[in-house]
Ligand binder design. Structure first.
Ligand SMILES: Cc1cc2nc3c(=O)[nH]c(=O)nc-3n(C[C@H](O)[C@H](O)[C@H](O)COP(=O)(O)OP(=O)(O)OC[C@H]3O[C@@H](n4cnc5c(N)ncnc54)[C@H](O)[C@@H]3O)c2cc1C
Length: 466
């Protein structure tokens, strides 16, 4: 019987545990124990139901084009819970000189695919529009060296595109900074487009002509009853005796071809371990086992963020602009990074007579916000709502959630660092890492990382025995 420990009960650790449970049920000689330091499972995934509104404290959805989270939901019998974003209402604004300006139709991340909306949009200056036209004649870059997202976007479309679009998108979604993030790790698809076609505009057109339009697929997917349903359902599918909440792992070390793990006052021996904590915690746990591995893990930076949800009455709902919400470039000098009009983005989130706005603050731009009290954060948000939306009304309720060092940042050289992590892990007894520090920060990537970690340690038992 192979005994496997999983350290960390966020979605990555839960997905690993579920994979092992599936293998166990299929007859594989495997046993697992899931250690979680907090009293609850799910990590940053948490949903609250407040006055008929559904409030997501952490992630509110996932990208539909990454299939692994939806696949897991279907396996869990939650297929009928999957809920697409209301893309007919999709419109996102960028704050420019304290005014909300809509991102023009047909802009795919930063690549214009429709001529007229971009040409007429006040979001970009004439100079940037000219650069977009010139981009059509961009030639391939043969350099294999990593570069930052800011440098790549600047090479194609100039600095205004970085300031007004690329950086706000990355900071509004990941709490990141375009001048730090690695193109190879964060947007590899654009590099492929560049190496094949030179111009991103021409590459997008070529891809469009090849693939049949799939307009029915929403950009984002969530669960009708909230993201936490995924966690709660996973927990019910795992063997109860394998679940150890409130059990922080304090140390781990190689012992006789396996691992000795200490959690609370007890020590346990395992044949293999999956470390599904943030990378800096994995570094601390593995410090004694491999100094080299620990220093690579520690070098993956994390940023902290705050989400704030405010509910308002129907008058506010009527006065808010249509669309999914807005992003705030750093040049605007605000502390808000982004705000989502939740009542528009997804059905089943707020009754028809409520507006629900979720804000995102912190990230690499503003780590100190985490030191502020909830009252101070709410004061900042409401003041900036006044300036941006002219919204001074009293909210019906508010929620503030602080996430300390929860978002990994894939900085320059991240992929090389992953190779070194793999290389140093090979010198140790069976070990796999999973989580948002490595090959994708979103929920689907984390699910995939957990499944891959479990499969790497056991082989794909269920598939081989079907
Ligand atoms: C505010 C916010 C919004 C986000 N929005 C989205 C979104 O909309 N869509 C999307 O796809 N992604 C989003 N993400 C990213 C995504 O949610 C996360 O990357 C993912 O959920 C991380 O899962 P994880 O299991 O790797 O890590 P975590 O959720 O951080 O879980 C790690 C777990 O390890 C436990 N742990 C730590 N130390 C120990 C120890 N010593 N022993 C035992 N257990 C330990 C922790 O308690 C925790 O439960 C968001 C993230 C944040 C923070």
């Amino acid at each position: 019987m192979k005994r496997i420990a999983i350290i960390g009960g966020g979605i990555s650790g839960l997905a690993a545990a579920f994979t092992l449970e599936e293998q166990r049920c299929a007859g594989a000689p495997v046993e697992y124990v899931l250690f979680e330091s907090s009293p609850r499972f799910g990590g940053v995934i948490a949903t609250e139901h407040v006055e008929n509104c559904l409030v997501e404290a952490g992630p509110d959805s996932f990208l539909t084009e990454k299939p692994w989270a939806a696949e897991l939901c279907r396996k869990l019998g939650l297929g009928d819970q999957l809920l697409g974003s209301n893309d007919a209402q999709r419109k996102t604004y960028i704050l420019v000189n304290n005014k909300l300006v809509a991102i023009p139709d047909g802009l795919m991340f930063m690549v214009p695919t429709r001529f007229m909306p971009t040409l007429l949009s006040p979001l970009f200056s004439f100079r940037t529009k000219l650069q977009m036209a010139r981009e059509w004649f961009h030639t391939s870059n043969q350099s294999a060296a990593d570069e930052t997202v800011a440098s790549f976007v600047e090479r194609h479309y100039g600095t205004e595109m970085v300031e007004r679009l690329a950086d706000p998108l990355l900071s509004g979604i990941y709490g990141g900074d375009a001048s730090q993030l690695s193109m190879h790790a964060v947007l590899p698809r654009f590099l492929e487009m560049e190496s094949k076609h030179g111009s991103l505009g021409r590459a997008t057109m070529a891809a469009r002509n090849k693939t049949a339009p799939n307009s029915s697929r929403p950009l984002f997917t969530s669960l009708k009853d909230g993201m936490q349903l995924m966690v709660d359902t996973l927990v019910t599918r795992l063997s109860p005796s394998a679940l150890h909440p409130n059990r922080p792992v304090r140390s781990m070390g190689p012992q006789e071809g396996g691992w000795l793990i200490s959690a609370r006052d007890e020590s346990y021996r395992f044949d293999a371990v999956i470390v599904a904590t943030p990378a800096y915690i994995a570094a601390t746990l593995l410090q004694d086992a491999s100094h080299d591995l620990a220093s690579e893990l520690r070098a993956i930076p994390y940023t902290s963020s705050v989400t704030v949800t405010l509910a308002y009455d129907q008058n506010v709902r009527a006065m808010l602009p249509p669309g999914f919400g807005f992003l705030v470039p750093r040049t605007e000098g605000k502390r808000l990074l982004a705000a989502t009009f939740v009542h528009n983005k997804f059905s089943h989130r707020a009754p028809a007579d409520r507006a629900l706005i979720r804000c995102f603050l912190g990230g690499s731009r503003d780590q100190q916000i985490l030191q502020s009290s909830d009252e101070e954060i709410l004061r900042i948000v409401r003041e900036e709502f006044k300036q941006i939306l002219g919204l001074a009304a009293e909210p019906i309720f508010t929620r503030v959630y602080k996430w300390n060092a929860a978002m990994a940042q894939y900085t320059l050289g991240h992929l090389q660092r992953l190779e070194r992590i793999q290389q140093f892990s090979r010198g140790l007894p069976a070990l796999a890492v999973a989580g948002n520090g490595y090959s994708g920060i979103g929920v689907p990537d984390c699910v995939r990382s957990g499944v891959d970690a479990a499969t790497a340690l056991t082989g794909n038992y269920s598939r081989n025995h079907q």
